[in-house]
Design a protein around this ligand. Structure first.
Ligand SMILES: [Zn+2]
Length: 298
């Protein structure tokens, strides 16, 4: 008797629990069915959290546990301080240190490697204004220029002296810029017009593209194949702080230039000069101006 009663009780309990379970399902279904418009269905995210699968911690990790990704490597760019953009620069105005910038035009070429050797021997850096067509021919040399800590600049593709249309200037300068980037990974906003000509269309286009037009204050005329000691003498005797020196590492054999540089660097170092790139030179002027401005009584 007791056993039968227990069995009946168990069956009733199961039916009762089952009924409650079924009942608990209906209201939701009714609620959904009564919402005739799909627009009234709350968006998924508005459902109470108990209807959502628990979020795994890695979906919304706390900032503290987020692995910090390596910051993207800063692109290498040879650019002047902002005040020099679209300007023509002949030299920098620096009075509280002795610095000078050697520049080499018309490379890269096998002669460039000899110049690099001399610079490295004396722990000096310089700026190389390259021709696009030479960058295409000697990309590995251009890469070495930049890897050794030197700056690189744009000297057009063909080195035209004649007047050019904006379209030609664009081809000449933009494609050279592309080859600077391809060969060295760097971008440059340093431009030197072929022959230093400022009125044939190149400088105007370069300024439009935010380059600084870099001229020079010392020209030892090494392109005339003068003897090395003549070239060296011109540079050493005219050296001033902030000077920009024009020389060449392309356009033919440059043995005299290489020998002159070998003499110039130690001599000027003896006099207390440091050798910097053009962007470094302009940065020093900007900093000096800033310091002087800060020191002025207000
Ligand atoms: Zn040139």
């Amino acid at each position: 008797m007791n056993t039968k009663f227990t069995k009946q009780l168990a069956i009733k309990s199961i039916i009762f629990i089952g009924a409650i379970a079924l009942f608990s399902l209906f209201p939701k279904k009714t609620q959904t069915a009564s919402s005739n418009s799909l627009a009234q269905i709350p968006p998924f995210d508005n459902f109470p959290p108990k209807f959502l699968k628990p979020r795994k911690p890695q979906i919304q990790p706390s900032p503290a546990t987020t692995p910090t990704p390596n910051p993207p490597e800063q692109p290498l760019i040879f650019a002047p301080p902002a005040q020099f953009i679209r300007q023509i620069v002949y030299k920098a105005s620096i009075s509280n240190s002795k610095v000078i910038a050697l520049t080499f035009d018309d490379g890269p070429s096998p002669e460039t490697l000899k110049i690099l050797e001399v610079l490295q021997k004396h722990n000096a850096v310089a700026t190389f204004f390259c021709l696009g067509r030479n960058l295409r021919e000697y990309p590995e040399i251009a890469k070495k220029v930049v890897q050794a800590g030197n700056a690189i600049g744009n000297h057009t593709w063909h080195h035209y002296y004649h007047d050019v249309t904006e379209k030609t200037a664009s081809n000449e300068i933009d494609y050279t810029g592309i080859h600077i980037h391809r060969s060295t990974g760097a971008k440059s906003l340093l431009f030197r017009p072929p022959g230093g000509r400022l009125n044939n269309g190149f400088a105007d286009y370069a300024k439009k593209k935010n380059y600084v037009v870099v001229m020079w204050s010392i020209d030892p005329k090494d392109y005339q194949q003068l003897p090395a000691d003549t070239i060296a003498h011109t540079v050493i005797s005219q050296a001033t702080s902030g000077a920009i020196v024009l020389m060449h590492d392309g356009g033919g054999p440059r043995q005299q230039t290489v020998e002159a540089v070998s003499a110039i660097i130690p001599k000027l170092k003896q006099q207390g000069y440091s050798f910097v790139t053009v962007p470094q030179l302009l940065q020093l002027q900007a900093e000096e101006k800033q310091q002087n401005g800060d020191l002025k009584p207000k």
